[in-house]
Write a protein that binds this ligand. Structure first.
Ligand code: FMN
Length: 410
């Protein structure tokens, strides 16, 4: 069983340059450290005016390097960092540092390090949309692309520090971390088309009230992120969650079970031929209000009992429609009973919904957590896994999907 995180044991030189988004570099450093990476913080003089070096050295457990001319360092600091790093990540990357990188300048530690690096260099631009859209920046970005030495992550569209909206906002730390993980991941799922569902469905009672559940979407998003990092073509059908889109994933946002059903069939195709695998990590509501109100129900108008109708069983109807063994179907089962009840429920789901694998977990082990303790239920003996981060469980599930697809090919 593979449970190691692709970032675990990697040495990452995290270079912070002078943008307001620099505070997010501290969040990224925390994510990387938690994933088991060694983070060597590096800052430009401007970067150090936005976040305190003490913050970064505190998170990373390493001194901040910022001065190439530091005589107390025996040797050449930029060369030494370049030798140690498995990845040089410039987060955030200013318009100015992109210009310096494009020109191959080396008059500060970050650019000298990037020029000296043998490992991949990643940059996450962050700037006002007019700076990003300026022909000079776009020419620098095109030059960097032509050189093929710097992987850019973002920028994305959204609100920037000035409050204006446009393309220039830095990609979220989680998305940058998954792009980093992708650089260290085997592309063993390339060519595989995966559809993943994630999050809860919300079933409206009226325009302001709904029936929902506690699914955070983290498990499905982790599966989508890891599948994309490993080279798969991924469509993520997401219920209402406030999670950033993983890098390289096609995301379709939905609200209720009926809209998830429509998006799912669209992604799979009427004959299920558009996907090689479906991973149903979403917690789809079993029922929805029978008569949702188009206007807000006023105090006293609300019925004391709510009439419900059953939602379709999304995974069950796909299992029933599947003629052969494609797409591979993975379901999730959440229980609140003991381990025996969990396995029994998983087995029932496996048979009733005609799926290939059920990932069974206790609600208390999974909901809104970053890790999960799951039991894999197939036709063979159940396999209880230890509590592991959801990104690692995602890799385990994808390894199984890959094995099932390989079995069918023979
Ligand atoms: C308050 C403030 C915010 C800034 N935000 C950005 C930014 O988001 N993106 C950017 O490219 N430059 C930004 N700048 C300008 C850079 O800090 C400036 O170009 C600096 O020389 C970059 O140095 P560095 O690339 O060595 O870190 C900002 C400057 C200030 C004073």
């Amino acid at each position: 069983m593979r449970v190691s995180d692709p970032l675990s044991g990697r040495t990452i030189a995290l270079c912070v340059t002078g943008s307001v988004a620099a505070y997010k570099a501290a969040i990224l450093a925390r994510i990387l450290v938690r994933a088991g990476a060694k983070v060597l913080p590096v800052m430009t003089a401007s970067g150090a005016r936005f976040v305190g070096p003490v913050t970064l050295s505190g998170i990373c457990g390493e001194p901040v390097a910022s001065d190439m001319w530091d005589a107390s360092f025996a040797g050449e600091l930029h060369v030494s960092l370049a030798e140690r790093a498995d990845l040089v990540a410039i987060v955030p990357a200013t318009a100015d540092v992109l210009a310096r990188l494009a020109q191959g300048r080396a008059d500060d530690l970050v650019t000298a390090l990037a020029l000296c690096a043998r490992c991949p260099v990643l940059a996450a631009p962050a700037m006002h949309p007019r700076m990003w859209g300026h022909p000079a920046t776009q020419r620098n970005v095109a030059d960097l692309a032509a050189q093929g030495r710097v992987v850019l992550v973002g920028p994305v569209e959204g609100e920037v520090a000035s409050g204006e909206v446009g393309t220039g906002r830095m990609a979220e730390p989680e998305a940058i971390a998954s792009a980093m993980a992708a650089l260290f991941s085997p592309r063993d799922l390339s060519g595989m088309r995966v559809v993943v569902t994630a999050g809860p469905t919300l079933e409206d009672i009226d325009p302001v009230r709904f029936i929902g559940n506690r699914s955070s979407g983290k498990m499905g998003f982790a599966i989508a992120a890891r599948a994309a990092a490993r080279g798969a073509d991924v469509t993520l059908v997401a219920g209402p969650v406030s999670l950033p889109s993983p890098a390289g994933v096609r995301r379709v946002d939905v609200r209720g079970a009926m809209s998830m059903r429509a998006a799912l069939w669209e992604a799979l195709g009427p004959d299920l031929s558009r996907a090689d695998a479906l991973v149903m990590a979403a917690a789809v509501a079993d029922h929805r209000p029978a008569n949702p109100s188009a206007t807000k129900l006023k105090k006293g108008d609300e019925p004391s009992t709510l009439a419900l109708v059953g939602n379709p069983d999304l995974l069950g109807e796909i299992g029933a429609a599947r003629a052969g063994k494609r797409p591979v179907l993975v379901g999730f089962a959440v229980e609140t009973g003991d381990q025996d009840a969990l396995v029994a429920y998983g087995r029932r789901k496996l048979a009733e919904k005609r799926v290939d694998l059920v990932v069974a977990n206790q609600a208390s082990d999974s909901f809104d957590r970053d890790d999960n303790r799951a039991t894999l239920v197939t036709e063979g003996p159940p396999e209880a896994l230890p509590a592991i981060p959801k990104t690692r469980l995602a890799d385990v599930v994808l390894d199984r999907v890959k094995a099932l697809l390989r079995l069918q090919a023979h």
